[in-house]
Structures are given as C-alpha cells and as structure tokens.
Design a binder for this molecule. Structure first.
Ligand SMILES: [Zn+2]
Length: 312
C-alpha cells in the first residue's frame, strides 16, 4: 500500500482523475452492483482488494465513495459495512473524519483548491466552478474548501446543509453557530443575490455568506466564512460578473446566448495578444451587430472587459 503522503502527491499530479487512477495503480478492482442503503465498501479477498460501488449512485457520489474507500485502505482504517454517503460525511468519528480528509484531498488536492480560489471572499459561483473542474458534488467542494480555510486565507469557515429552511447539519470543527443564526444567514444570502451577504462584526471582521441552491432536492448549501474587513468587503470577480449579467440579460436571454457564442469564438484567437488588443478585436468584430442592444453601453463594455480578463 501507498502512504497517505504519497497518495496526495499522486492526486496532485493526476487531478482530476486521481481516485480512478490511484485504484488502477494499486491494482484494486472496482466493481459495481446494486446495493440497498449502502454506497460502497471494500474487501480484501486473499491478495486481491475489491472496492464495490452502488451502481445507482450519481457519478460525483460514486467518485466520492471510491475516494472514501481508498482512504480506508490507505490509512489502514477498517471500513464500516453498509456505509451511506450521509454516514460518511456526517460521521463524528475521528477515524471517519480522517478518512474523509484524505478522500477529499484525493478529489481536490490542496494546490488545486488554492489556485482555483485565489480571490477572496469565496462565493457560491467559485465553489460551483471548482466542483465542476474537480468532477465532485458542490457540497463536497464546499466541505473541502471549509477544511482548507486557513490555508486559503479564510479566518474561519463553515458549511451548513439545509433541507428547505431547516438545518440538516453543520460541517465545521472550528466555526459553529446556533441553527437560528445559520437560518438567518441563508435568508440574508438569498436576498443579497447576485452578491454574497456581508455582515460586519464589532470584532473588526466580516461574515460573508453565499448559498448554492439545489432546488431539485429542495436543499441548499450555505458557505459561511470569516474574513478580515478589508478582504471581506472586497467584491469578487464572480459577484461582479453575476451583477453585470443580471443588468444586461435579465430581460434578454437570447442576447446572453449570442454573447456567449461571440466570447467563446474569441477565445481561440487570443494567442500572442494583450488583454487590451483582444478587447479591441471584440468591438471591431461585433460593434455593428450589437448596436442598439444592451451591450451597446458602458455596462456592456465593462462586461466584455471582465470576461476577457478571465483569460489573462
Ligand atoms: Zn468510512
């Protein structure tokens, strides 16, 4: 077996396919079958190690389960038979927490998280982007970032999962709050969309709260962070972009689709150019066709500038 440190190094090199490739590297067979009330387990059959996954799981949940079972094997902590996703995530057992810590490092290595969240505060859109890049659930990405809080520059952080408006559980060893406070932050963060909600505290820091909505399951994931005032009050790139999109496209979805086509086409032609040149190219090419639309404005120009800046 490989050491936890080696496993994390492997994951950093192989992101985002580390769990699958690590299993192959270690000669572990992955099998799928239908299971009732259990997401996965591992067993050693003589020399052969087999990880069995519930075939009906969503792809991201399957990957988490695979990483979790690898965590058990690598740390030498016996797996609990019949574990479900909820059992794994919400467990208070110290051993399960260690397993999850390693599993999440395999899915989202620290360096990847740091590079992807260089801008603070961390808002829902940034967590969703990280989740997509890492091919994990949005909840998983939020939990990982919460665990890395101090290492990415947050004073503290917590993730709260809601069923409707009820707190299901809070994930943080270091930042806990009464359920009423969490519920209040959920309401406030929804009102503040497209921005995150900010609340200054007398201690001189700022609470920033942002929500990932999951209407399909009637649930929501609230990400709460504590930041020094000068950082907490900073409006992030994601917030600016959402604000501009709301102003420009809330009454014109077709314009947003057209813009996404134009900007996408531009991306293939940026090599060797400066940001300013790309911006000028955009307007040379599309000024005429965008005349008399919402894009024909200072807000439109700011939006193009912001989108192009994402490539530099
Ligand atoms: Zn476990």
């Amino acid at each position: 077996m490989i050491s936890p440190k080696q496993a994390v190094e492997f994951a950093t090199k192989r992101f985002p396919k580390a769990p699958e490739e690590l299993a192959a590297h270690l000669g572990i067979s992955i099998r799928e079958s239908s299971m009732d009330g259990c997401d996965g387990w591992c067993l050693t059959n003589g020399k052969q190690v087999i990880i069995r996954l519930n075939t009906s799981l969503s792809p991201t949940r399957k990957r988490f389960t695979l990483a979790h079972e690898l965590g058990h094997l690598i740390l030498g902590i016996p797996a609990i038979v019949g574990e479900s996703y909820e059992d794994m995530l919400a467990s208070d057992s110290d051993e399960e927490r260690r397993v999850n810590e390693l599993a999440s490092a395999l899915l989202i290595p620290k360096d990847v998280a740091k590079a992807s969240l260089s801008e603070l505060p961390v808002v829902a859109a940034a967590l969703m982007k990280l989740a997509k890049k890492a091919n994990v659930s949005q909840l998983m990405a939020a939990i990982r970032v919460c665990n890395l809080a101090s290492e990415i520059g947050l004073q503290n952080a917590s993730v709260v999962l809601f069923d409707g408006s009820q707190v299901r559980w809070q994930w943080s060893k270091t930042l806990t709050m009464p359920n009423e406070t969490a519920a209040d932050l959920l309401v406030e963060s929804r009102k503040a969309v497209p921005q995150a909600f900010r609340r200054r505290r007398p201690q001189g820091d700022v609470i920033v709260a942002s929500t990932i909505e999951n209407p399909y399951f009637g649930s929501a994931t609230l990400f709460v962070q504590l930041l020094p005032e000068e950082i907490g009050l900073n409006i992030s790139h994601h917030e600016k972009r959402k604000q501009l999109e709301l102003t420009l496209f809330s009454h014109d979805v077709k314009l947003q689709q057209r813009m996404s086509g134009y900007i996408g086409a531009l991306k293939n032609r940026i090599e060797g150019k400066t940001q300013k040149q790309v911006e000028a190219d955009f307007w040379t090419r599309y000024r005429e066709t965008l005349k008399n639309t919402a894009m024909d404005s200072n807000t439109g120009q700011a939006y193009v500038r912001l989108r192009i800046s994402e490539w530099f």
